[in-house]
Design a protein around this ligand. Structure first.
Ligand code: GL7
Length: 829
């Protein structure tokens, strides 16, 4: 009898069991238990992966120990909880991070040593879950880390893609995509919950009529159904609390196609099962562009309905009233990918749970808040009505109803005119009809935020201008942040330890304490230790790059790094123009004072983004030329690090001297790599874009290399009719650099290969590289001037770190908690 069982167990005393203590001996014993009884292996036959798995299970036990204590406190305190809905997560490798959060790295290392195993070897073989494309997915994981660390009740929902983001290899200078293999050898961190599963309907039609009691009722008669099953990964915060990452996997429902089965059509019955599982097969690898693909819509709806059904179950299980759902749950929409949740919650409340529309709408608006992550037009999700209707016929009706009521309101209560109404409608009727997901998210939420001060302003000025006029109080800003646990303590442990030895370790959970480093910025012995650690990190990266690419770089060089998705707006080609300008000047015997530099790139291109892939080829072609040219290659090297992911990123940030944040102003919503570099002591060269603006404010103008047009100047330039060709003609040096790209020198005489890029810059240049070129080149000269003053450089590097407190994801999560969610941490006894 369940009741008796739970009465008999005292969680606090049970979970304190000596078998899962944190001592070296206990870890050793659990490791062997896991190896023998968890996976049935004898040491002689255990492969490296078996050893890794046994250790992961050992650590997982200890995570669950913390985790059930958190869960127990949450349910006792009946605290308001956050449900974070995101189509992407990039957690990074779990093992080392979990050891750090449990504070058991040292004893685990010793325990393994005594068994003849190198802990670092096990850490190295972990395949990370690449369940996201870039910044947006990694942000969700940083937020989950902070939610757990702060002890805010939270559950993060997403999709368990069988194939995450592709692995990138470089062949002949080109990007080649290989399928991701994160589940290849199993995943010891997750627990499948076969009983937490929900049915998901697609297609079919709706029936409107009275039910048996005469009440008006809409019934959705689906064309197909699948089941979503929960896979839970416990996410441990620093020192204790836990949150859960609950990912849904699509499976066939048992009764899939009995008709076919009974007819003896075994093949068709199994085929249905295969098709069901397709939904969570693969992550769409596009960063900031949506293709309007039916499967993508299905993925979105699939994970949204599973998550909402789960939230409602969790709410009702404790005997609560559904009408108070919004008092219990704050649901955050990470971009518009989960925005269909607005219509789905209305459907669940009205059609399934029989609430009246007004009540349901009140609950919905008070549950949801929406974060916008981009202004790029191609990234603003819209679904064509015929496609949408085919997949979600009932939701289309609900959206029409939401829209109708909204438009009535603005027409009659606010006297908007027809043009304004058409502009604000959820339905875009300017041509082929589309559903604008950002409008649905804005109308159905009580809060809308951007991800940096500048982005939030532009959001109100441009994309959601009329909504900001209508509901000024709905809009706010929450500047992005990063977790200092993974991105300083874990990935740059020597620097973290140096910092702690001077100012204590309070900074790990209170990043503002880094300010205490300021007095040491001028301290020569501190500077020396600081730069020595940087040099060690650079040696480590150089060794890794040599292994990955065969290219040798001297760790004494200035490490100038641009690591992020490859995108024209991020302007990797501006960096290339700079490199070529250095190259050509060195060849002419100019730039005698140039400090030897290693130019390092990393980043994936969307497989269908031709220009971005050509950019990768260009970078590698420049690398080939430069690295083999003995006239210059003691002064400069160019390397493209393949397969940028969390694991590789953790080796890049600690080794950077210079961080490249050079997008055209107004394009990068925030950026978070900019924060990771700076937190590891790199100086930034950047434009006034996204969070760069705030980073510069915090670290001080003197400690930031600023160049380029401001947003206002970009806009003025556009209005005036920007003519890149004029700049090309006027700037002789720039002309030489650009012409060099199509000279054939980079492409075995082929003058056509890079022509598309060249012509795009000369005649369109949508991201104004040419306008910013000279300013960038001049700014790089300042960088080199400073590099020749190592003490000054060290001082600025220290000040950068000391002033990064604001960019902790703990601060971001506190902002969300206070401004939007109205949640508070649980008290843990
Ligand atoms: C992004 C933004 O481009 C990036 O600037 C931001 O830091 C990140 C997290 O807020 O979100 N928006 C987006 O669609 N992707 C991003 O990385 C893919």
């Amino acid at each position: 009898d369940e009741k008796k069982f739970s009465d008999k167990i005292n969680i606090a005393s049970t979970s304190g069991s000596s078998r899962i203590s944190h001592s070296k001996e206990a870890i050793k014993a659990s490791f062997l238990d896991s190896l023998f009884y968890g996976i049935g292996r004898v040491p002689a036959l255990a492969t490296p992966n078996d050893r890794y798995t046994a250790l992961a299970l050992t650590i997982r036990d200890r995570i669950f120990q913390q985790f059930i204590l958190t869960t127990e406190s949450i349910s006792k305190q009946d605290a308001r909880a956050v449900a974070y809905l995101s189509a992407e997560y990039l957690p990074g490798p779990h093992l080392a991070n979990n050891l750090l959060n449990l504070e058991i790295t040292a004893q685990t290392r010793e325990a393994m040593e005594e068994l003849g195993i190198e802990l670092d070897d096990l850490i190295a073989i972990e395949e990370e879950p690449g369940l996201g494309n870039g910044g947006l997915g990694r942000l969700a994981s940083c937020y989950l880390d902070s939610l757990a660390t702060l002890g805010i009740p939270a559950i993060a929902y997403g999709i368990r893609y069988e194939f995450g983001i592709f692995d990138q290899v470089i062949k002949d200078g080109w990007q080649v995509e290989l399928t991701d293999k994160w589940l290849h050898y199993g995943n010891p961190w997750e627990v499948v919950r076969p009983e937490i599963a929900y049915e998901v309907k697609f297609g079919g039609r709706t029936e409107h009529g009275a039910d048996s009691n005469g009440k008006f009722q809409v019934t959705w008669v689906p064309g197909s159904e699948v089941k979503g099953t929960a896979y839970d990964t416990p996410i441990l915060g620093y020192k204790g609390n836990g949150a859960v990452l609950r990912l849904w996997r699509a499976e066939a429902i048992e009764s899939f196609d009995f008709a076919a089965f009974n007819l003896g059509d075994y093949y068709r019955a199994v085929e249905a099962k295969m098709l069901s599982e397709n939904i969570t097969k693969v992550l769409y690898p596009n960063d900031q562009a949506q293709g309007g693909k039916e499967l993508r819509l299905k993925q979105q709806y699939f994970f949204v309905t599973c998550s909402l059904q789960d939230i409602i179950r969790l709410h009702l299980i404790q005997g609560r009233n559904l009408e108070r759902l919004h008092e219990k749950f704050a649901i955050q929409l990470n971009d518009t990918h989960p925005a269909i949740a607005i219509a789905e919650l209305m459907r669940l409340l009205v059609d399934v749970h029989q609430l009246d529309w007004a009540k349901a709408w009140h609950i919905t608006q008070n549950c949801f808040a929406y974060t916008n992550h981009t202004l790029l037009p191609e990234a603003l999700e819209k679904w064509s009505i015929p496609l949408f209707e085919k997949v979600l016929p009932r939701h289309l009706e609900i959206i029409y109803e939401i829209n109708h009521r909204f438009l009535e309101e603005i027409r009659h209560q606010h006297s908007y005119n027809n043009a304004q109404i058409a502009g604000m409608s959820i339905i875009d009727e300017s041509g082929e009809r589309y559903i604008r997901m950002a409008h649905l998210a804005t109308i159905g939420s009580h809060s809308v935020n951007g991800v940096s001060a500048m982005h939030s302003e532009l959001l109100k000025k441009e994309v959601l201008h009329d909504f900001a006029g209508l509901w000024p109080d709905k809009f706010c800003n929450v500047t992005n942040g990063i977790t200092p646990r993974r991105f300083l303590y874990l990935s740059n442990t020597p620097l973290a330890e140096l910092i702690s030895s001077y100012i204590g370790n309070g900074w790990i959970t209170d990043l503002d304490q880094l300010r205490k480093l300021e007095p040491y910025a001028d301290d020569v012995s501190f500077q020396n230790s600081w730069m020595e650690i940087k040099l060690n990190n650079k040696q480590h990266l150089a060794a890794l790059l040599q292994k990955q690419t065969g290219i040798e770089i001297d760790p004494a060089m200035l490490f100038d790094i641009q690591a992020k998705r490859i995108h024209e707006y991020k302007r990797q080609h501006l960096k290339v123009l700079h490199i070529l300008s250095v190259y050509l000047r060195l060849k002419k015997g100019e730039l005698i004072n140039f400090s030897p530099s290693a130019f390092i790139f990393a980043g994936k291109a969307a497989p269908g983004y031709i220009m971005a892939k050509l950019l990768i080829k260009l970078i590698n072609s420049v690398a080939d030329l430069v690295n083999q040219d003995t006239e210059v290659n003691d002064k400069m090297k160019v390397v493209f690090m393949p397969d940028f992911n969390v694991k590789n990123a953790q080796n890049l940030y600690p080794a950077a001297d210079l961080s490249e944040q050079i997008s055209m102003a107004g394009m990068e919503a925030s950026g978070t790599g900019n924060m990771k570099f700076s937190l590891n002591g790199a100086l930034t060269i950047g434009t006034l874009d996204g969070a760069n603006v705030e980073i510069r404010q915090e670290v001080g103008e003197d400690n930031f290399f600023l160049f380029g047009l401001s947003v206002e100047q970009v806009q003025a330039n556009k209005t005036a009719g920007y003519q890149p060709y004029d700049i090309y003609q006027q700037n002789q040096h720039l002309r030489e650099v650009l012409d060099f790209i199509v000279s054939g020198a980079l492409s075995q005489g082929d003058t056509q290969l890079f022509r598309p890029l060249y012509e795009n810059l000369l005649y369109q240049d949508p991201f104004m590289l040419l306008a910013d070129y000279q300013s960038y080149i001049d700014c790089q000269e300042q960088v080199h001037e400073l590099w020749r003053e190592p003490k000054e450089w060290a001082r600025k590097s220290i000040l950068n770190v000391a002033r990064m407190g604001k960019f902790s994801s703990d601060r971001s999560i506190r902002d969300y908690s206070d401004l939007i969610w109205k949640v508070t941490p649980i008290n843990k006894k």
